[in-house]
Write a protein of this length. Structure first.
Length: 306
């Protein structure tokens, strides 16, 4: 049996190689000396935990997976991908250059900020001003976490420092790329990034995707097999920003990161994995978290390319 506590102890010091996100003031105050993991085993439904697995932190970009799932549930895969692409951008996650250089008609994928705002606007187009409440309820359901909540301090910090995201949104609005109201879409996006989760929440989310869109704890289907497969493929190719290709080679499991320090992985048919460690590398991914994930994948032989 994998020794999660030992792996946490082994990798905790890796956090010294990174820094917490400072461009969002509320995240700059988080203690970097933390590492927690939760592992949902689809074979028996048991969850193994170690370290700070129950510490709450901002979900940030991992929320992009949740809104993409909800958009697919509401609109279907084909309609969603009529308005957002599915390939790597080659630029930073908050860059607009790919759209400007290529004169793109839509953002290149749902996990860069422009694409995520566009995806959120799809939900807004169907729900209006109640979009965030629907996203929050959906997140609580698929993370099996009724205590998941919006942190008002982080939300207001996101809003105060979100001018670059505003520039992306209004650029897309000027090019008729958004389906929903731009102001509501932006506010919803800032709120979804400010939801507070735990490593256990993310392990549950990963388990839904690993289980082909079905919640393993109650057997209820959330999205289709095709939808779950689509999201896992996007996590594999774009989930870790510009390091996605590197970690496809080094880890080989569909993973999405967030600058709050979270990692969510879905090992098909086997495990959902949630990790928290807030010190980030230059690309915005958890330093200790990725090292821990690499060890877990090796110990459990989860690499989908093996």
């Amino acid at each position: 049996m994998i020794q999660l506590e030992e792996l946490v102890k082994k990798n905790l010091l890796k956090e010294k190689e990174g820094k917490v996100a400072s461009y969002i003031p509320a995240l700059a105050e988080v203690n970097p000396e933390q590492l927690g993991v939760a592992l949902y085993d689809l074979d028996d439904g048991e969850i193994g935990e170690a370290g700070q697995s129950e510490v709450r932190f901002a979900i940030e970009s991992i929320s992009k997976v949740i809104t993409l799932m909800l958009a697919i549930k509401k609109m279907g895969i084909q309609e969603v991908f009529n308005h957002v692409g599915s390939r790597q951008s080659g630029f930073a996650f908050d860059s607009i250059l790919n759209m400007e250089i290529e004169k793109a008609k839509y953002p290149l994928n749902p996990f860069i900020n422009a694409g995520a705002i566009a995806t959120t606007s799809m939900v807004v187009s169907k729900t209006g001003e109640g979009a965030f409440e629907e996203i929050l309820s959906f997140a609580r359901d698929i993370c099996n976490d009724p205590n998941l909540y919006l942190d008002q301090i982080i939300y207001h910090s996101e809003r105060r420092t979100g001018n670059f995201d505003r520039s992306l949104a209004y650029y897309m609005e000027s090019k008729n790329m958004l389906l929903g109201d731009v102001i509501t879409s932006l506010d919803t996006y800032f709120k979804q990034c400010s939801m507070m989760v735990t490593a256990r929440s993310l392990a549950n989310l990963g388990a839904v995707l690993a289980n082909n869109g079905v919640k393993p704890w109650d057997g209820k289907r959330i999205i289709s097999v095709e939808g779950a497969r689509c999201i896992k493929s996007l996590m594999m190719t774009t989930g870790l920003y510009n390091q996605s290709g590197t970690y496809s080679r080094l880890i080989g499991v569909p993973t999405k990161s967030g600058v709050g320090g979270g990692l969510m992985s879905a090992a098909p048919h086997r495990y959902g994995i949630g990790i928290f460690s807030p010190a980030l590398d230059k690309a915005g991914n958890s330093v200790a978290g990725l090292e821990l994930l690499k060890d877990i994948v090796e110990d459990l032989e989860l690499d989908i390319f093996d």
